[in-house]
Write a protein that binds this ligand. Structure first.
Ligand SMILES: [Zn+2]
Length: 287
């Protein structure tokens, strides 16, 4: 059932658990995550980056596929279709295409321009029934694998952006996108606590959830994180399972080259990984 992320995150914040955002890249990814969420009786958020949207030939294609698959698989748990790190233009395109949630990443703008554009997009999203996530400061990492500590957001800026009426807030607390470097300093719980104190009931979002030790994830959820983004981990398990299949020579046995067989172990691995994350975040049985 496609819905905005508003209600599932409000419930998560009140219930002290988190909803996972799992990024999708294609049909197999989508099917694996929807199946896992349904089996775990858990809400879930399908994340689509602008790059993944382009890869799938556009946001309209993504919406059509997700809506049809949700119906065909008989998915009854709440599922949000969410733009991840959207530009101003990307947000507008996703509202038009029928997404149920957007994230506006205004981190490249000055705080004043970020504020003005966020205000405009909050109105557009809410007028169309979508939820909206905003970002304060920027999340470290990306290609910058050498940083030991991700950036930390300013709690007062968080409060200011939260007051613009967004439904969820991403704030850097030392987390990083991609694979964490060996010298990573860990999550900054004092910063998270200060942000939580200032923003109250606002669901907070932890980006770069792949590779953060489980105990740190649990503590972050205790301190007010209600949405955890997972992307890299699903990519890694997909690649490993596919590699294993090919290295074992299975694509050369019978019709093992059939893409439906070749991609099956990777898809299964994503499904298992998603289930494990749902359990870790505590959203199982919370649909
Ligand atoms: Zn992110």
């Amino acid at each position: 059932m496609l819905v905005s992320a508003k209600e599932m995150l409000t419930k998560a914040k009140a219930g002290h658990y988190a909803v996972g955002q799992f990024n999708i890249n294609n049909l197999e990814w989508t099917k694996a995550i929807l199946t896992a969420a349904q089996e775990m009786n858990s809400p879930a958020i399908l994340g689509v980056s602008e790059g993944a949207g382009k890869y799938m030939t556009g946001f309209k294609t993504v919406t059509a596929m997700v809506k049809a698959m949700d119906e065909a698989l008989g998915i009854t748990v709440p599922i949000a279709l969410h733009l991840d790190h959207g530009t101003y233009e990307g947000c507008k395109a996703c509202v038009e295409a029928g997404f149920t949630s957007i994230m506006f990443d205004g981190s490249s703008y000055s705080i004043d321009e970020n504020k003005a554009k966020t205000e405009e997009l909050v109105k557009l999203a809410h007028d169309n029934g979508l939820s909206i996530e905003a970002e304060v400061g920027s999340i470290g990492g990306e290609e910058d694998g050498v940083v030991g500590m991700g950036e930390c957001a300013d709690p007062d800026e968080c409060k200011m952006i939260a007051d613009l009426g967004v439904d969820m807030l991403a704030a850097g607390i030392g987390n990083i996108h991609g694979i964490y470097p060996d010298n990573w300093a860990g999550l900054q719980f004092d910063v998270l606590d200060a942000i939580q104190q200032k923003t109250g009931a606002m669901p907070l979002v932890l980006h770069g959830g792949s590779g953060i030790p489980e105990e740190m994830i649990k503590k972050a959820i205790d301190l007010g994180v209600s949405k955890v983004n997972v992307n890299t981990e699903c990519q890694l398990v997909f690649a490993a399972a596919t590699r294993e299949y090919i290295e074992a020579g299975k694509d050369k046995e019978g019709k093992g080259y059939d893409p439906r067989k070749l991609l099956a172990p990777g898809a299964k691995a994503i499904e298992e990984e998603t289930k494990a994350k749902i359990k870790l975040f505590g959203s199982d049985g919370k649909a």
